[in-house]
Ligand binder design. Sequence first.
Ligand code: NAI
Length: 480
Amino acid sequence: MVKICCLGAGYVGGPTMAVIALKCPAIEVCVVDISVPRIAAWNSDQLPIYEPGLDEVVKQCRGRNLFFSNDLEKHVAEADIIFVSVNTPTKTRGLGAGKAADLTYWESAARMIADVAKSDKIVVEKSTVPVKTAEAIEKILTHNSKGINFQILSNPEFLAEGTAIEDLFKPDRVLIGGRETPEGQKAVKALKDVYANWVPEDRILTTNLWSAELSKLAANAFLAQRISSVNAISALCEATGANVAEVAYAVGKDSRIGPKFLSASVGFGGSCFQKDILNLVYICECNGLPEVANYWKQVIKINDYQKSRFVNRVVSSMFNTVSGKKIAVLGFAFKKDTGDTRETAAIDVCKGLLGDKAKISIYDPQVTEDQIQRDLVMNKFDWDHPIHLQPMSPTTVKQVSVTWDAYEATKGAHGICILTEWDEFKTLDYKKIYDSMQKPAFLFDGRNVIDAEKMREIGFIVYSIGKPLDPWLKDMPAVA
Ligand code: NAI
C-alpha cells in the first residue's frame, strides 16, 4: 500500500488529503501538524475549517485510510510520498521584508524529513513557494540525506476556498513539475498515478519544476489583476454614471475575455492573492526586472485604493463623520461560504471606520467574535503563522461588538456595510431592518448583492460599488 503523509493540516492540507483518501481507497493518507488543537479538531465533529462538503468527505474516510496526527516523525518516516503544505508567510523583517516569502516553516519541515527518513521519498511542494524553492529544499535534503534518494516535485494547489471540495473533485488542471531526469520523471509518474484515480489524464499537466512553481504565482496574479481591473473601472463608472455590472457583462461577452471573475467589489482578500503578488514582485526585483515588478504592484495598490474609497464613501455620505455612530457590518469573511478572514477587505474597512471613531456591530454567519477581535488587533502578515505561534494580544477593540444575527447587528444603526456576499444577505427583511434604524438610514453595498432600487423604495440612501450614484451621494464632495 502506498503511504502518503502531509505536513500541514490547514485549508489546503486538510481538504486535499481528505479527497485523495476518498478517491484512492488503496492509499493510506496521514495528515500531520505541529498544532495540537488543529489535529484534535480534525479528529472531532467540529472540523477546524468550514468548507461545503468537507464534513461528508472526512466522515467517509477518517479512521479508514485517512488519519490526523501530531506524530510527525513516525508518519514521515513511513511515507512514500510526503506533501508539504505548511505556512509560507510574507517576511516582516530583514531582507525582503514586506514582500519575500518566509520559508522558515518549510525549511524546518525539510530538515525534519531529512532527519527521520530511512527510505527513498518523494517530497511534494504543495505550499505556494517562490520560484527555485525546490532547489533550496533539494540542497537541504541531499546534504543531510545519509544516502537516501529524495525527489522534489512541485504540485501547487489551485483550489478556491468556499468551493474547495468541488474544485478538488473536478480540477481545471492538476500541475506537476519535476526534474527532467529519469528519477525525476519516475517521481512525476508516481504522483500522476495518484491523481489519475479520479482526474482525467488530459487535465494532469506535467512541466519542469520552475514552470510549476511560477505558474501558481502567475495564476493568482492574473486572477487578482482581473478583480483590480474591474474595480478600477467601478470608480470610473461612479464618476460617469455608467453601471459596472453592465460594463462587466459587455466586456465579459468577448470570448477572449470571458465572464468569470469580473464582479466589482470592495476588494479582494484571502490568504493568497496579496501574498503571492508580493512574492512575485520580489522575485522580479531580485531578477533585475523593476518594470515587471511595478506592473504587478499596481494590482495591490488598486485593491487598497478600493477599500479606502469605500470607507471614504461611507464617511462622506454620513455628514463627513461616523464618530459615535453605530455602523452594522454584514459579513466579515473574505468571501461567502468560508469562515476564512485572512486579508479580508472587512479588516481594512473596519479599521478605517474605527479610525473615524465609529461603533461597529458585526454579523457573519461563520466567523467567531474571537477571530474578529484577533483580526482587528493583529499586525499585518502575523495571521500567516501557525496559530500557537501567533503573538497573543490581550487587547480587544471595545468599539466593536459581534452578534449572531443580522437584525441584532443593524438595530439602531445609522448605516449598514455589506462586506461579504453571503446569500442570506439577499433575502433579509430590509423593511424590518430599515424600521429599526436611525434616519436617514444608509446602506453601503460592497458586494452588489442587494437590489438598490428596491432599497431606495424602502427609504434607504444606497451606495452600490460602481453603480449610478444616489442623488444624496452625488452632492457629496468627490472621494479620493
Ligand atoms: P494554514 O495556515 O491553514 O495551514 C498551514 C498548517 O501548517 C498549519 O496548521 C500549521 O500549524 C502547519 N505547520 C507549520 N509548520 C509546520 C511544520 N513544520 N510541520 C507540520 N505542520 C506545520 O495554511 P493554508 O491556507 O493551508 O496554506 C498552506 C500553503 O498553501 C501556503 O503556502 C499557501 O500559500 C498555499 N495555498 C493556500 C491556498 C488557500 O486557499 N488557503 C490555496 C493554494 C495554496
